[in-house]
Design a protein around this ligand. Structure first.
Ligand code: HEM
Ligand SMILES: *[C@@H]1O[C@H](CO)[C@@H](O)[C@H](O)[C@H]1NC(C)=O
Ligand SMILES: *[C@@H]1O[C@H](CO)[C@@H](O)[C@H](O)[C@H]1NC(C)=O
Ligand SMILES: *[C@@H]1O[C@H](CO)[C@@H](O)[C@H](O)[C@H]1NC(C)=O
Ligand SMILES: *[C@@H]1O[C@H](CO)[C@@H](O)[C@H](O)[C@H]1NC(C)=O
Ligand SMILES: *[C@@H]1O[C@H](CO)[C@@H](O)[C@H](O)[C@H]1NC(C)=O
Ligand SMILES: *[C@@H]1O[C@H](CO)[C@@H](O)[C@H](O)[C@H]1NC(C)=O
Ligand SMILES: *[C@@H]1O[C@H](CO)[C@@H](O)[C@H](O)[C@H]1NC(C)=O
Ligand SMILES: *[C@@H]1O[C@H](CO)[C@@H](O)[C@H](O)[C@H]1NC(C)=O
Length: 332
């Protein structure tokens, strides 16, 4: 009985004809698997879950911050923990891109998990996998759905500041720009609407919704009035408001209910309901989710699973970072 496995090694493909016996001697498959750490680090998932639970208990917003960190990782050269790399004298990471600077958070939680896992099973669990699992656990802690995260991603030795600036969608985007940003990453219009439900949790700064609350017409007047108290016409750029004013830290479908009432806080979110240039497909989906929380949560889990599988490094590509903030030093 022979089986053929395709293994990607630093850019070239090896076609290996393996007997089942050969698999036992430890040839790594380039596929992600939910069982990846079952033998090599059996405590990994429980350790991440516990640390995320504690972090969210201390500060509910952290569940949202971890979700966003994974999203910003995956949309820029794939889910490879490139987003975690610090700038150094010799290295330019993604942390100072326009969408990320003074905005992304949760790095200490990831560091804390990584140091626990290094003690438990040194050099085994990648930062990219930690991020993917922590995002899932953060959503779950705030009442969201759970999905099985396939594992075995490896960490990049590179980052891409330019792509971080160009590939992540901006809050002033119209519907066609949102659709394009997601299409460029192989997501459908439907998945755009589903994943935007990530804004069911978390906070956004005044600078990103000022134009909307002072200048736009597809906004509930009482809602705009309230938000103006937190976001003056001038100054207060970094004042926060919740994306979902109904249930700021509960992962539910009130984000979509808000859109029906023109209470989307950023322009891009409200576009999904207001803009009918897709013959109402996004609008109808928002309407459906506002009435069917179960469907939203199921679709969200499916779309997050897809996101978590964006162009991972597997097999022998990349590395397992010792410190999530730094590329490993050259081996001695
Ligand atoms: C559809 C296009 C999207 C745009 C234009 C967008 C834009 C933004 C902006 C401007 C912020 C606030 C940043 C700040 O104030 O510093 C934010 C926060 C956030 N985003 Fe998005 N985002 C999008 C999609 C997503 C997706 C797909 C997810 C996850 C599935 C997500 C999850 C979050 C979360 C959870 C926060 C709050 C983070 C926190 O409170 O720490 N976003 N987003
Ligand atoms: C708890 O959350 C606060 C912010 O609300 C943060 O400053 C602090 O470092 C957190 N503590 C722990 C142990 O995570
Ligand atoms: C930068 O690179 C040089 C030489 O490659 C090395 O000696 C130095 O330690 C590096 N500095 C940092 C901050 O990584
Ligand atoms: C709808 O989207 C189109 C293309 O994305 C844009 O040109 C138009 O201004 C938007 N309309 C409204 C009402 O927001
Ligand atoms: C999107 O699909 C194209 C064509 O199949 C593929 O080359 C590309 O790597 C995919 N991009 C992502 C981010 O998955
Ligand atoms: C709102 O629109 C007016 C007129 O176009 C402009 O002068 C003003 O700067 C805008 N304000 C904001 C906050 O976008
Ligand atoms: C927002 O910012 C302004 C100006 O910095 C400040 O006066 C105000 O108290 C802030 N409002 C809130 C609700 O934080
Ligand atoms: C979009 O809405 C405008 C005004 O509400 C309407 O005139 C137009 O026919 C609608 N277009 C579509 C494709 O539904
Ligand atoms: C879109 O919805 C509006 C009402 O919300 C309706 O008047 C219009 O005919 C719809 N357009 C299409 C193409 O179904």
């Amino acid at each position: 009985m022979a089986t053929t496995t395709s293994l990607s090694v630093s850019g070239f493909k090896l076609k290996l004809c393996l007997t089942l016996l050969a698999c036992v001697i430890g040839v790594t498959s380039a596929q992600l698997s939910t069982y990846f750490y079952d033998k090599s680090c059996p405590g990994a998932l429980a350790t991440i879950k516990k640390a995320v639970k504690e972090a969210v208990k201390n500060e509910s917003r952290m569940g949202a911050s971890l979700l966003r960190l994974h999203f910003h990782d995956c949309f820029v050269q794939g889910c490879d923990a490139s987003v975690l790399l610090d700038d150094t004298a010799n290295f330019t990471g993604e942390k100072n891109s326009f969408p990320n600077a003074n905005s992304l958070r949760g790095f200490e939680v990831i560091d804390n998990i990584k140091s626990k896992l290094e003690k438990m099973c040194k050099g085994i669990v990648s930062c990219a996998d930690i991020l993917a699992v922590a995002a899932r656990d953060g959503v779950f802690e705030l009442g969201g759905p759970k999905w099985d995260v396939p594992l075995g991603r490896r960490d990049s030795t590179t980052a891409n500041l330019a792509e971080s600036n160009s590939a992540l969608p901006a809050p002033f985007f119209d519907l066609d720009e949102l659709i394009k940003a997601f299409h460029d990453k192989n997501f459908t219009v439907k998945e755009l609407v589903t994943l935007s439900g990530g804004h069911s949790i978390g906070l956004v700064r005044c600078r990103f919704f000022r134009t909307r609350i002072y200048n736009e017409s597809d906004i509930n007047p009482a809602f705009a009035e309230e938000r103006r108290l937190e976001c003056p016409f001038e100054g207060g750029d970094n004042n926060f408001s919740a994306f979902d004013s109904a249930t700021p830290f509960k992962f539910d479908n009130s984000f979509y209910k808000n859109l029906l009432q023109q209470k989307g806080l950023v322009h891009s979110d409200q576009q999904l309901f207001t803009n009918n240039s897709t013959d109402n497909t996004t609008k109808d989906q928002v309407d459906r989710y506002s009435r069917d929380m179960g469907q939203f949560k199921k679709d969200f889990a499916d779309a997050m699973l897809k996101m978590s599988k964006m162009t991972p490094l597997t097999g022998l590509a990349g590395e397992i970072r010792q410190n999530c903030r730094l590329v490993n030093p050259p081996s001695t």
